[in-house]
Design a protein around this ligand. Structure first.
Ligand code: NAD
Length: 301
């Protein structure tokens, strides 16, 4: 079997590549290294340095794992065009390449932010999608392009809506931010918002196992939430990071319910659909956070 992994030099993508290589796949990675790192690339994978928003090399494969994107929810309010190019345009270009060469299976990494501020918690997959961030909107647009290509051109898709994914090689998000801030100033930690944002965090190993588990479902379009079964507050994450770094900083809150424009302060996804196929997350949000803090301190040492 041969797989193309876009974004295979990034955090989640590099773990997917490692798993595919372990399973005996031939793997080709396309990445523009905007946030990915060559050192994360599995030695057995072929690497093509390309920007999906400009050109997509034509490659015939059995599966396309489309993981490349600009994953930073925060930059959406400052540079919507950057999100459009790297998420929507890149996905359109990739689908066109797939249509031309006859690739017919795509696995796509979407996000909890497609739901916006859901009133039903845990939020199931059939809840209305009303994103409040440019990033969430871009991922929903990608989902729509993918499902339309499936129905129009006979492709199959697996669309995974992730909670916050954390662990080794992660280079953005709240844990990374807290560690970097504390490395600069051990005495004070700025926390965006009021610290009461309460969300689900899934450890990378659970996320990867869920992505492969979901392939057991074989509809034209297979949509699954992937998260842990509980939530953790941002101020608790700040406490865990401080404790693991052996520090007791003063917490300074910027205030307000949201950490940034488009931040969804309360998020927990229903995992029931994937659980019916037999998948279970191993770690709670708190366990995932503690493991991820140790991983990142190790990565950054
Ligand atoms: P990441 O930044 O580590 O990985 C993204 C990769 O895509 C990087 O290697 C980057 O260099 C590459 N890339 C970006 N734009 C590209 C382009 N135009 N052409 C080619 N390569 C490009 O981020 P991640 O956290 O590993 O996220 C992976 C995917 O999962 C993204 O689609 C993201 O939206 C999605 N996701 C992540 C989370 C999370 O918590 N990490 C949550 C929900 C969804």
């Amino acid at each position: 079997m041969k797989a193309l992994v876009t974004g295979g030099a990034g955090f989640i993508g590099s773990h997917v590549v490692d798993r595919l290589v372990d399973m005996g796949y031939d793997v080709v990675v396309i990445d523009n290294l905007s946030s990915g790192k060559k050192e994360y690339l599995n030695d057995s994978a072929e690497f093509i340095h390309a920007d999906l928003s400009r050109e997509v090399p034509e490659i015939k494969v059995d599966e396309v794992w489309h993981i490349a994107a600009n994953p930073d929810v925060r930059i959406g309010s400052e540079s919507p065009a950057e999100i459009y190019d790297n998420n929507i345009l890149a996905t359109f270009n990739l689908l066109e390449m797939m249509r031309k060469v006859g690739n017919d299976r795509i696995i796509f990494t979407s996000t909890s932010t497609v739901y916006g501020e859901a009133e039903v918690i845990p939020t199931p997959e059939d809840y209305p999608t009303v994103p409040i961030s440019i990033y969430g909107a871009s991922k929903l647009a990608c989902e729509a392009l993918i499902t339309s290509y499936c129905h129009t051109f006979g492709m199959k898709s697996w669309i995974y809506r992730f909670a916050n994914v954390i662990g080794r090689r992660s280079n953005h998000g709240v844990i990374y931010d807290f560690i970097m801030k504390l490395k600069k100033n051990r005495n004070e930690l700025e926390i965006l918002g009021n610290g009461e944002q309460n969300k689900s965090y899934i450890y990378i190993d659970d996320c990867i196992s869920a992505m492969f588990w979901g392939l057991k479902s074989d509809e034209a379009v297979n949509i699954f939430n992937i998260g842990s079964d509980d939530q953790i507050m941002v101020k608790k994450i700040a406490e865990i990071v401080s404790e693991e770094m052996g520090l007791s900083p003063r917490f300074v809150f910027t205030g307000g319910r949201r950490g940034w424009k488009g931040d969804v302060p309360i998020m927990l996804l229903s995992n029931e659909k994937l659980k019916k196929l037999g998948w279970m997350p191993k770690y709670s949000s708190e366990e995932a956070v503690r493991k991820a803090v140790r991983d990142l301190l190790d990565d950054l040492s």
